[in-house]
Design a binder for this molecule. Structure first.
Ligand code: PLP
Length: 381
Protein backbone atom coordinates (compact mmCIF):
# COMPACT_ATOMS: atom_id res chain seq x y z
CA UNK A 1 0.00 0.00 0.00
CA UNK A 2 1.39 3.43 -0.94
CA UNK A 3 0.66 5.63 2.12
CA UNK A 4 -0.57 9.25 1.85
CA UNK A 5 2.36 10.53 3.91
CA UNK A 6 5.57 9.21 5.41
CA UNK A 7 8.70 10.41 7.15
CA UNK A 8 12.18 10.32 5.61
CA UNK A 9 14.98 9.00 7.84
CA UNK A 10 18.56 8.48 6.67
CA UNK A 11 21.77 7.33 8.37
CA UNK A 12 22.69 10.92 9.38
CA UNK A 13 19.46 11.19 11.38
CA UNK A 14 20.10 7.90 13.15
CA UNK A 15 23.72 8.85 13.88
CA UNK A 16 22.62 12.20 15.33
CA UNK A 17 20.24 10.49 17.78
CA UNK A 18 22.74 7.77 18.72
CA UNK A 19 25.38 10.44 19.35
CA UNK A 20 23.10 12.03 21.96
CA UNK A 21 22.44 8.62 23.55
CA UNK A 22 26.15 7.92 23.80
CA UNK A 23 27.62 11.29 24.71
CA UNK A 24 25.10 13.87 25.87
CA UNK A 25 22.24 14.69 28.20
CA UNK A 26 19.03 13.01 27.09
CA UNK A 27 17.03 16.06 28.05
CA UNK A 28 17.83 19.70 28.91
CA UNK A 29 21.24 19.53 27.25
CA UNK A 30 22.53 21.60 24.34
CA UNK A 31 20.46 20.07 21.52
CA UNK A 32 17.14 21.75 22.24
CA UNK A 33 18.62 25.29 22.27
CA UNK A 34 20.57 24.42 19.11
CA UNK A 35 17.37 23.23 17.39
CA UNK A 36 15.53 26.37 18.54
CA UNK A 37 18.28 28.55 17.08
CA UNK A 38 18.19 26.60 13.80
CA UNK A 39 14.41 27.11 13.58
CA UNK A 40 14.87 30.87 14.15
CA UNK A 41 17.52 30.99 11.43
CA UNK A 42 15.30 29.08 9.03
CA UNK A 43 12.03 30.98 9.62
CA UNK A 44 13.51 34.39 10.36
CA UNK A 45 11.64 34.63 13.68
CA UNK A 46 13.57 36.07 16.63
CA UNK A 47 12.49 33.58 19.33
CA UNK A 48 11.61 29.90 19.45
CA UNK A 49 10.44 27.50 22.15
CA UNK A 50 10.60 23.82 21.24
CA UNK A 51 7.86 21.67 22.80
CA UNK A 52 6.82 18.03 22.78
CA UNK A 53 4.03 18.42 20.18
CA UNK A 54 2.32 20.95 17.97
CA UNK A 55 -0.73 20.57 20.18
CA UNK A 56 1.30 21.58 23.26
CA UNK A 57 2.61 24.51 21.21
CA UNK A 58 -0.92 25.73 20.51
CA UNK A 59 -1.86 25.35 24.17
CA UNK A 60 1.19 27.28 25.36
CA UNK A 61 0.62 30.00 22.74
CA UNK A 62 -2.92 30.51 24.10
CA UNK A 63 -1.65 30.58 27.70
CA UNK A 64 1.01 33.14 26.77
CA UNK A 65 -1.73 35.39 25.37
CA UNK A 66 -3.74 35.01 28.57
CA UNK A 67 -6.65 33.28 26.84
CA UNK A 68 -9.02 32.19 29.62
CA UNK A 69 -12.56 32.05 30.96
CA UNK A 70 -14.87 34.49 29.20
CA UNK A 71 -12.63 34.80 26.14
CA UNK A 72 -13.39 33.62 22.63
CA UNK A 73 -10.96 31.85 20.33
CA UNK A 74 -11.81 31.51 16.64
CA UNK A 75 -10.32 29.14 14.11
CA UNK A 76 -10.98 27.28 10.87
CA UNK A 77 -13.31 24.25 10.94
CA UNK A 78 -11.18 22.64 8.21
CA UNK A 79 -8.38 21.49 10.48
CA UNK A 80 -7.21 18.94 12.96
CA UNK A 81 -9.07 19.23 16.29
CA UNK A 82 -5.97 20.63 18.04
CA UNK A 83 -6.48 24.02 16.31
CA UNK A 84 -9.65 24.49 18.38
CA UNK A 85 -8.95 22.34 21.45
CA UNK A 86 -6.23 24.77 22.58
CA UNK A 87 -8.94 27.35 23.32
CA UNK A 88 -10.98 24.85 25.32
CA UNK A 89 -7.89 23.80 27.34
CA UNK A 90 -7.80 27.42 28.54
CA UNK A 91 -11.54 27.41 29.36
CA UNK A 92 -12.25 29.87 26.54
CA UNK A 93 -15.19 29.55 24.15
CA UNK A 94 -14.36 28.35 20.66
CA UNK A 95 -16.04 29.46 17.45
CA UNK A 96 -15.22 29.04 13.77
CA UNK A 97 -15.00 31.04 10.56
CA UNK A 98 -15.83 29.04 7.45
CA UNK A 99 -13.29 28.48 4.69
CA UNK A 100 -12.96 29.81 1.16
CA UNK A 101 -13.92 27.09 -1.34
CA UNK A 102 -10.84 27.72 -3.52
CA UNK A 103 -8.03 28.17 -0.99
CA UNK A 104 -9.67 25.94 1.67
CA UNK A 105 -8.25 28.38 4.22
CA UNK A 106 -10.19 30.67 6.54
CA UNK A 107 -12.18 33.11 4.35
CA UNK A 108 -11.19 36.75 4.97
CA UNK A 109 -14.61 38.02 3.79
CA UNK A 110 -16.46 35.77 6.23
CA UNK A 111 -13.98 36.78 8.92
CA UNK A 112 -14.70 40.46 8.32
CA UNK A 113 -18.47 39.87 8.50
CA UNK A 114 -18.21 37.79 11.66
CA UNK A 115 -15.96 40.38 13.32
CA UNK A 116 -18.51 43.09 12.58
CA UNK A 117 -21.31 41.11 14.20
CA UNK A 118 -19.11 40.18 17.17
CA UNK A 119 -18.17 43.83 17.63
CA UNK A 120 -21.86 44.76 17.85
CA UNK A 121 -22.46 42.01 20.42
CA UNK A 122 -19.29 42.60 22.40
CA UNK A 123 -18.09 39.07 21.69
CA UNK A 124 -14.87 39.74 19.77
CA UNK A 125 -12.32 36.94 20.09
CA UNK A 126 -9.12 37.36 22.05
CA UNK A 127 -7.25 35.19 19.57
CA UNK A 128 -7.64 33.89 16.05
CA UNK A 129 -5.89 30.64 15.10
CA UNK A 130 -5.37 30.59 11.34
CA UNK A 131 -4.47 27.29 9.69
CA UNK A 132 -2.28 27.15 6.57
CA UNK A 133 -4.20 24.21 5.18
CA UNK A 134 -2.13 21.68 3.22
CA UNK A 135 0.83 24.08 3.37
CA UNK A 136 -0.76 26.98 1.45
CA UNK A 137 -0.48 30.16 3.49
CA UNK A 138 -3.59 32.06 4.52
CA UNK A 139 -4.04 35.63 3.31
CA UNK A 140 -2.08 36.93 6.28
CA UNK A 141 -1.87 40.56 5.24
CA UNK A 142 -5.66 40.90 5.02
CA UNK A 143 -6.24 38.90 8.19
CA UNK A 144 -3.72 41.04 10.05
CA UNK A 145 -5.34 44.25 8.77
CA UNK A 146 -8.74 43.03 10.05
CA UNK A 147 -7.57 41.80 13.47
CA UNK A 148 -4.97 44.28 14.63
CA UNK A 149 -7.23 47.37 14.91
CA UNK A 150 -9.51 45.24 17.12
CA UNK A 151 -6.60 44.04 19.27
CA UNK A 152 -7.13 40.38 18.34
CA UNK A 153 -4.03 38.22 18.62
CA UNK A 154 -3.13 36.01 15.66
CA UNK A 155 -1.67 32.53 16.13
CA UNK A 156 -0.61 30.76 12.95
CA UNK A 157 -1.22 27.03 13.12
CA UNK A 158 1.70 26.34 10.77
CA UNK A 159 1.72 22.57 11.43
CA UNK A 160 1.45 22.02 7.65
CA UNK A 161 3.55 24.92 6.55
CA UNK A 162 7.18 24.73 7.68
CA UNK A 163 8.99 25.36 4.40
CA UNK A 164 6.13 27.32 2.83
CA UNK A 165 6.51 30.94 1.72
CA UNK A 166 4.15 33.89 1.94
CA UNK A 167 4.91 37.16 0.15
CA UNK A 168 8.42 35.84 -0.57
CA UNK A 169 9.13 35.29 3.12
CA UNK A 170 9.14 32.01 5.06
CA UNK A 171 5.98 31.07 6.94
CA UNK A 172 7.01 31.33 10.58
CA UNK A 173 8.70 34.74 10.21
CA UNK A 174 5.61 36.08 12.02
CA UNK A 175 5.46 39.32 10.02
CA UNK A 176 1.65 39.27 10.26
CA UNK A 177 1.09 37.26 13.43
CA UNK A 178 1.98 37.14 17.11
CA UNK A 179 3.18 33.56 17.08
CA UNK A 180 3.38 30.61 14.72
CA UNK A 181 3.15 26.99 15.89
CA UNK A 182 5.00 24.18 14.13
CA UNK A 183 4.55 20.40 14.37
CA UNK A 184 7.18 17.73 13.80
CA UNK A 185 4.85 14.75 13.71
CA UNK A 186 6.18 12.17 11.18
CA UNK A 187 3.86 13.21 8.33
CA UNK A 188 4.83 16.91 8.58
CA UNK A 189 7.66 18.75 6.72
CA UNK A 190 10.34 17.50 9.13
CA UNK A 191 10.02 15.13 12.08
CA UNK A 192 11.22 14.64 15.65
CA UNK A 193 8.74 11.71 16.11
CA UNK A 194 6.49 13.84 18.34
CA UNK A 195 7.43 17.48 18.65
CA UNK A 196 6.56 21.07 17.96
CA UNK A 197 7.68 24.65 18.44
CA UNK A 198 6.36 28.17 18.88
CA UNK A 199 8.17 30.92 16.97
CA UNK A 200 7.63 34.62 17.61
CA UNK A 201 9.19 38.06 17.34
CA UNK A 202 7.64 39.18 20.62
CA UNK A 203 9.98 38.65 23.58
CA UNK A 204 7.23 38.86 26.20
CA UNK A 205 5.17 36.17 24.46
CA UNK A 206 8.22 34.02 23.77
CA UNK A 207 9.30 34.17 27.44
CA UNK A 208 5.77 33.29 28.51
CA UNK A 209 5.69 30.30 26.13
CA UNK A 210 8.98 29.01 27.56
CA UNK A 211 7.69 29.49 31.12
CA UNK A 212 4.38 27.68 30.54
CA UNK A 213 6.13 24.83 28.70
CA UNK A 214 8.51 24.23 31.62
CA UNK A 215 6.24 23.88 34.66
CA UNK A 216 5.90 27.66 35.06
CA UNK A 217 9.28 27.45 36.75
CA UNK A 218 12.19 29.84 36.22
CA UNK A 219 15.76 30.26 37.42
CA UNK A 220 16.12 33.59 35.58
CA UNK A 221 17.09 36.24 38.19
CA UNK A 222 15.23 38.93 36.23
CA UNK A 223 11.99 36.95 36.49
CA UNK A 224 12.15 36.01 40.20
CA UNK A 225 9.59 37.75 42.42
CA UNK A 226 12.08 38.05 45.29
CA UNK A 227 15.81 37.82 45.84
CA UNK A 228 17.51 34.52 45.02
CA UNK A 229 18.17 32.32 48.07
CA UNK A 230 21.21 30.66 46.48
CA UNK A 231 22.58 29.02 43.36
CA UNK A 232 19.99 26.21 43.60
CA UNK A 233 17.09 28.62 43.71
CA UNK A 234 14.09 28.59 41.37
CA UNK A 235 10.51 29.73 41.58
CA UNK A 236 7.22 28.58 40.14
CA UNK A 237 5.50 31.72 38.87
CA UNK A 238 2.49 30.33 36.98
CA UNK A 239 0.78 26.97 36.59
CA UNK A 240 2.79 25.48 33.74
CA UNK A 241 3.19 22.08 32.15
CA UNK A 242 6.00 19.71 31.29
CA UNK A 243 5.85 20.18 27.52
CA UNK A 244 9.62 19.96 26.97
CA UNK A 245 11.13 18.37 23.88
CA UNK A 246 13.97 15.93 24.66
CA UNK A 247 17.52 16.31 23.35
CA UNK A 248 17.15 13.01 21.47
CA UNK A 249 14.29 14.51 19.52
CA UNK A 250 16.01 17.86 19.04
CA UNK A 251 19.06 16.09 17.57
CA UNK A 252 16.76 14.39 15.06
CA UNK A 253 15.13 17.75 14.31
CA UNK A 254 18.49 19.46 13.70
CA UNK A 255 19.50 16.69 11.32
CA UNK A 256 16.13 16.80 9.49
CA UNK A 257 16.11 20.59 9.20
CA UNK A 258 19.39 20.42 7.25
CA UNK A 259 17.47 18.67 4.44
CA UNK A 260 14.31 20.78 4.46
CA UNK A 261 15.09 22.60 1.21
CA UNK A 262 15.38 19.33 -0.66
CA UNK A 263 12.27 17.99 1.12
CA UNK A 264 10.17 20.95 0.01
CA UNK A 265 11.62 20.89 -3.49
CA UNK A 266 10.65 17.21 -3.82
CA UNK A 267 7.15 17.90 -2.54
CA UNK A 268 6.73 20.76 -5.04
CA UNK A 269 7.98 18.62 -7.88
CA UNK A 270 5.55 15.82 -7.00
CA UNK A 271 2.69 18.32 -6.69
CA UNK A 272 3.57 19.74 -10.05
CA UNK A 273 3.52 16.25 -11.60
CA UNK A 274 0.03 15.67 -10.19
CA UNK A 275 -1.14 19.03 -11.50
CA UNK A 276 0.15 18.14 -14.97
CA UNK A 277 -1.31 14.61 -15.00
CA UNK A 278 -4.76 15.07 -13.48
CA UNK A 279 -6.56 17.94 -15.29
CA UNK A 280 -8.57 15.67 -17.58
CA UNK A 281 -10.18 13.78 -14.73
CA UNK A 282 -13.42 14.77 -12.93
CA UNK A 283 -11.52 16.23 -9.99
CA UNK A 284 -11.20 19.71 -8.55
CA UNK A 285 -7.47 20.33 -8.11
CA UNK A 286 -5.58 22.73 -5.87
CA UNK A 287 -4.81 26.02 -7.58
CA UNK A 288 -1.59 26.39 -9.51
CA UNK A 289 -0.80 29.85 -8.08
CA UNK A 290 0.27 28.32 -4.82
CA UNK A 291 2.59 25.85 -6.53
CA UNK A 292 5.79 27.75 -5.82
CA UNK A 293 4.97 28.99 -2.33
CA UNK A 294 3.23 26.02 -0.71
CA UNK A 295 5.08 23.42 1.33
CA UNK A 296 2.64 20.82 -0.11
CA UNK A 297 2.01 19.02 3.15
CA UNK A 298 -1.06 17.48 1.50
CA UNK A 299 -2.16 17.13 -2.11
CA UNK A 300 -5.93 17.41 -1.86
CA UNK A 301 -8.38 16.83 -4.67
CA UNK A 302 -12.17 16.99 -4.63
CA UNK A 303 -14.10 14.18 -6.31
CA UNK A 304 -16.72 16.05 -8.33
CA UNK A 305 -18.77 13.43 -10.20
CA UNK A 306 -18.31 10.20 -8.25
CA UNK A 307 -19.14 9.03 -4.77
CA UNK A 308 -16.07 9.85 -2.66
CA UNK A 309 -16.42 6.84 -0.37
CA UNK A 310 -16.56 4.44 -3.30
CA UNK A 311 -13.53 6.11 -4.94
CA UNK A 312 -11.65 5.86 -1.63
CA UNK A 313 -12.49 2.16 -1.28
CA UNK A 314 -11.61 1.28 -4.88
CA UNK A 315 -8.25 3.07 -4.58
CA UNK A 316 -7.45 1.23 -1.36
CA UNK A 317 -8.21 -2.06 -3.11
CA UNK A 318 -5.67 -1.00 -5.76
CA UNK A 319 -3.03 -0.38 -3.07
CA UNK A 320 -3.33 3.40 -3.01
CA UNK A 321 -3.56 4.65 0.58
CA UNK A 322 -5.56 7.82 -0.05
CA UNK A 323 -6.86 9.61 3.04
CA UNK A 324 -9.38 12.32 3.93
CA UNK A 325 -8.57 15.67 5.60
CA UNK A 326 -10.47 16.88 7.59
CA UNK A 327 -13.68 15.92 9.30
CA UNK A 328 -14.68 19.54 10.12
CA UNK A 329 -13.94 20.16 13.78
CA UNK A 330 -17.45 21.40 14.57
CA UNK A 331 -18.92 18.10 13.29
CA UNK A 332 -17.24 15.96 15.94
CA UNK A 333 -19.65 14.76 18.68
CA UNK A 334 -17.70 16.69 21.32
CA UNK A 335 -18.22 19.96 19.43
CA UNK A 336 -21.84 19.15 18.56
CA UNK A 337 -22.45 18.81 22.31
CA UNK A 338 -21.13 22.36 22.62
CA UNK A 339 -23.94 23.47 20.32
CA UNK A 340 -22.49 23.38 16.81
CA UNK A 341 -24.36 21.90 13.85
CA UNK A 342 -22.75 20.78 10.56
CA UNK A 343 -24.76 23.41 8.66
CA UNK A 344 -23.05 26.19 10.65
CA UNK A 345 -20.00 26.06 8.34
CA UNK A 346 -21.27 24.58 5.07
CA UNK A 347 -18.21 25.19 2.87
CA UNK A 348 -16.00 23.10 5.17
CA UNK A 349 -18.61 20.34 5.19
CA UNK A 350 -18.93 20.44 1.41
CA UNK A 351 -15.15 20.24 1.03
CA UNK A 352 -14.98 17.34 3.49
CA UNK A 353 -17.65 15.41 1.62
CA UNK A 354 -15.63 15.48 -1.63
CA UNK A 355 -12.05 15.60 -0.34
CA UNK A 356 -9.40 13.01 -1.04
CA UNK A 357 -5.74 13.23 -0.03
CA UNK A 358 -3.40 11.68 -2.58
CA UNK A 359 -0.05 10.16 -1.57
CA UNK A 360 2.67 12.81 -1.42
CA UNK A 361 5.82 12.51 0.64
CA UNK A 362 9.59 12.71 0.37
CA UNK A 363 10.75 9.47 -1.21
CA UNK A 364 7.57 8.80 -3.24
CA UNK A 365 9.07 7.63 -6.54
CA UNK A 366 7.78 8.75 -9.94
CA UNK A 367 6.86 5.13 -10.64
CA UNK A 368 4.74 5.00 -7.48
CA UNK A 369 3.17 8.35 -8.28
CA UNK A 370 2.37 7.11 -11.81
CA UNK A 371 0.68 4.11 -10.21
CA UNK A 372 -1.49 6.51 -8.18
CA UNK A 373 -2.36 8.48 -11.33
CA UNK A 374 -3.18 5.32 -13.29
CA UNK A 375 -5.35 4.01 -10.47
CA UNK A 376 -7.24 7.32 -10.34
CA UNK A 377 -7.79 7.15 -14.12
CA UNK A 378 -9.10 3.61 -13.94
CA UNK A 379 -11.47 4.43 -11.08
CA UNK A 380 -12.77 7.75 -12.43
CA UNK A 381 -13.11 7.01 -16.15
C1 PLP B 1 -0.47 17.93 13.11
C2 PLP B 1 -1.33 19.09 13.39
C3 PLP B 1 -1.43 19.67 14.66
C4 PLP B 1 -0.91 19.03 15.90
O1 PLP B 1 0.39 18.71 15.89
P1 PLP B 1 0.92 17.50 16.81
O2 PLP B 1 2.40 17.72 16.73
O3 PLP B 1 0.49 16.23 16.17
O4 PLP B 1 0.38 17.68 18.17
C5 PLP B 1 -2.14 20.85 14.80
N1 PLP B 1 -2.75 21.42 13.77
C6 PLP B 1 -2.71 20.88 12.53
C7 PLP B 1 -3.39 21.58 11.43
C8 PLP B 1 -2.03 19.69 12.31
O5 PLP B 1 -2.02 19.14 11.10
Amino acid sequence: MIPYGKHNIIRDDIDAVVDVLEHHFLTQGSKVPEFEKALCDYTGAKYCTAVNSGTSGLHVACLALGVGIGDYLWTSPNSFAASANCGLYCAAKVDFVDIDAVTRNICPIKLEQKLLTAQQHGTLPKALVVVHFAGHSCDMETIHALCKPLNIAIIEDAAHALGAMYNHKPVGCCEFSDMAVLSFHPVKSITTAEGGAIVSNNKILADACALYAKHGITRDIDQLSSESEGPWYYQQLVLGYNYRLSDLQAALGISQLKRIDSFIQQRRELASRYLDALPNLPLKLPTKDSLKESSWHLFMVEVTEHDRKSVYEQLHRLGIGVNVHYIPIHCHPYYRDLGFAPTDFPISVDFYEHALTLPLFVGLSHAEQDKVIEALRSVLQ
